[in-house]
Design a protein around this ligand. Structure first.
Ligand code: ZN
Length: 244
């Protein structure tokens, strides 16, 4: 089976479509494992939810998904994110709201735990350091955990002796021979933050037990033009150019 691992789509339909086309060109997928933040920041929240729902998929909830339906407030958001969130809330249909409302915060598939932020705090915690990751290995019981939220493609590992490490998500990650546990972030589809503006995602081949990390160029100006039309905050428009 082939699983497409997509995080932080963030209502960026052009990026999402480019990723799906890229996966098709690589032989397609059996199921999408979505790591949350389907909406927020970007100009097409409804279309992204609709496209995801047309695909066979499972998804966990992200903080922006919850904020857009009022399940959490935006006090912890910066002003631009909060403004985009208010706009997003107005774009959702009743069915969209119902869909986001019912997303779980943690899912398990095979030897993977799926969360948006971290196993310890599924919706909120950013995993960007070895120290934070070390504590989190005690909060899931599968060998592997998939996270998003930071929009940065990183892996954290814990060796048999308990030693932890961090690395950039490699383009080919062999899981069969792993005698270590891993927390894997595929990077962000709709708003990458590692200095590379291309959409970032992973494809897992369960037979070969290999995870591939891919970057895909898309027409950023299509998304930016729509954001400008909807008067979404300019810093959110510009950051797409820089992948930050
Ligand atoms: Zn996000």
């Amino acid at each position: 089976m082939k699983y497409a691992i997509l995080g932080d789509i963030h209502a960026n339909l052009a990026a999402f479509e480019a990723v799906l086309e890229d996966i098709e060109a690589k032989g397609g997928f059996d199921e999408i494992w979505c790591l949350g933040d389907i909406v927020g920041y970007g100009p097409e929240p409804h279309a992204c939810i609709a496209l995801l729902r047309r695909c066979k998929h499972i998804s966990v909830a992200g903080n922006h998904d919850w904020a857009a339906i009022g399940k959490i407030d935006t006090l912890d958001f910066n002003l631009d994110a909060a403004q985009a969130c208010q706009w997003t809330a107005q774009q959702l249909t009743a069915e969209d709201v119902n869909y986001l409302q019912n997303l779980a915060i943690k899912l398990r598939r095979d030897d993977f735990t799926l969360v948006h932020g971290s196993p310890r705090q599924p919706v909120w915690e950013y995993l960007l350091s070895v120290n934070a990751a070390r504590d989190n290995f005690g909060y899931f019981d599968t060998n592997f955990c998939l996270v998003a939220h930071s929009h940065v493609p990183l892996i954290f590992g814990q060796n048999k002796d308990g030693k932890c490490f961090a690395a950039k998500t490699p383009s080919v990650l062999r899981l069969r021979s792993e005698n270590r546990r891993l927390i894997i972030n595929p990077g962000g589809v709709g708003q990458p933050r590692d200095g590379d503006p291309r959409a970032s995602y992973a494809l897992y081949d369960s037979e070969a037990q290999i995870m591939y990390h891919w970057r895909v160029s898309y027409d950023i100006t299509v998304t930016q033009k729509k954001m400008m039309e909807h008067k979404l905050p300019l810093p959110l428009v510009l950051r797409l150019n820089y992948g930050y």
